[in-house]
Write a protein that binds this ligand. Sequence first.
Ligand SMILES: C[S@@+](CC[C@H](N)C(=O)[O-])C[C@H]1O[C@@H](n2cnc3c(N)ncnc32)[C@H](O)[C@@H]1O
Length: 636
Amino acid sequence: MMAPVTSWKNGKLPQFVDLTQDSDDQMDDDDEDPADKAESVETLLAKFIKPKAGESRPLKRKSPADEVEIRDPPRATPAVNHQTVFGSETPLPQTNGSSNTVENNVSIVVSSPKRPLAASEKPVKRESTGPTPKAYATIAPTPRPIASLPSKISSSLHSSVNSSKVSSRSSSERPTFVAKFPRPSTSVEPSSASSSRGNSEKPAFMARKETLTPRHTRSPSVVTALQRTPKVMVVVPPPPSPHTSETRSLSKRKINRLPSASPESEEESDPDEPKGIKPKYYPIEMYDLQADMGRYPKARSTNSDLIVLPTRPASGNGSVNKGHAKSRQSQKLYLRELLEKKLRMIQGPPVTMARDWDGTGNLASGFEFINTYKLQQGVTRADEGFNYGCNCGLHCDPSRCECLSKEEDSEELIVAYEHRNGKLLLKESFMNRKAMIYECSHLCQCLPSCWNRLVQHGRKIRLEIFHTGNRGFGLRSPDFVHKGEFIDTYLGEVITCAAAELREDATPSHSPSYLFSLDWFPPSSDDDSDQEDGSSSSHYVVDGKNFGGPSRFMNHSCNPNCKMIPVSTHHGDQKIYDLAFFARRDIPPGVELTFDYNPGWSPEMNSDDPNAVKCLCGEAKCRGQLWPNQRKSTNV
Ligand SMILES: C[S@@+](CC[C@H](N)C(=O)[O-])C[C@H]1O[C@@H](n2cnc3c(N)ncnc32)[C@H](O)[C@@H]1O
């Protein structure tokens, strides 16, 4: 087996040596005194044949040329990344070392003193938003509805808020689904996974190995050879990955763990697709051929904890080889298992897939469940210094808690939750209100059981994804859901508005939409300009297409049983907050959970656009269309 060994001499790029030689041998050579070079061949042979006591015995001598290369100490670091893989140092493609997902590399600055800010400090901070304190300071006072501001802030802003803007800013207009998701191939921001792999920079040794050993092929000659010489047939280990040691170690584990999935289009190379599921890289077919010959049981033992979940369909459209009903069945079972494993990763009470639906292919392999927002490039949370907590003590006082917002033109505080039916539920009076809920945060002194903490504790009901038959998947609960009960939040990738537009442009017109604007607050004055640090000053958008939570499957109804309300636990961040769903009425078990995609709708808003997406909610007073605009469809 060939593998690279680095030569650092004069900063040269790695050379290749025969690794059939023992690695100790190399070490011996490195430690060798230069005088040894002058030793005669006879002396070396004598050493080799009869080593002295305590002397390590070389297994094989290298050629002089090799010795020179290896003996040089590693003084100059070559211009490649190195990572130890299987005991040898493997050069990796040079990357900039950064991930494109902000999730990994964005630094959220947390103010060191976790104390509630003094009242005099807060209003100044509240007036400004943006990713950095500096940016916030330059932004004009927020024309935010007074009624939706926490009391601490609204009092100071009251006089400065433009009332006409307030009235025109009806929250019923937002947030709404705004656009559509992208196709994986037209990623706006390259995903961290694909960028970190840097697979365009495949090292030379990798290319050579692939050329020399085309092991995983359906070629009849391979089959014949296997049948002729079953005894000597071995499963050849995978070639070295050009990527990372992590990829490599995952590959090793997968050899005997993934079921026999035979993707239709092996030649199609999706850079985001984990290579571990491709026979091109792993001897899946070899295994099956051997199993066919009775060498070992066909069903491989599976340790589900070690299965690496692919994020893309095994073949272009998630379908399987039509000619092989058997493998199609096993693929189906595998995808079902895969989906169930993914569902188990969702935090909280179980989320299941209805048993009567077996077409889980795309969903299983093309979607990832997440438990929190996935911040993407250009998206930053507001500095923690802009956050604050109340000083009610262990138990918040609803008559003075500074986290609460105030009624418009009133000093009365808006309390969102109350205890009913032994549960903490949304107050009926809040149901028709157009206001954001400000929950207590980690900066408050109150207990986790505080009545002003609900959404932050997460989902409490079980959920089931099912297929509606005419509107793609839908969501329901096997539990009785009480009126005012919190259901779940909408999750996804948080992307900039500009990125969302690009994603929408790249999406065919008849595709479902998973984009949800975080535009509760009016845009700042320099809306379309991007900040120096790469972040965007306009609102963000949540895209639940590729990553999301179960609520991403909630369909629209013109008579919905749920309502989306924005909820914040970071009161100084006007760009990132939760989109929480609450039950508008009691919902019996098994009834589909729906909400209004266009809550600001009025009859005159209905367009004659023939491309407007038809609503199939089936309600008596159905509006006939989901949105007044085109390019959305029910074709899911
Ligand atoms: C957030 S997704 C909802 C989940 C989606 N049904 C699925 O299978 O992934 C929104 C898309 O679902 C479809 N949809 C939702 N509600 C609908 C309705 N009432 N009538 C027709 N299509 C609907 C539309 O294609 C819409 O773009």
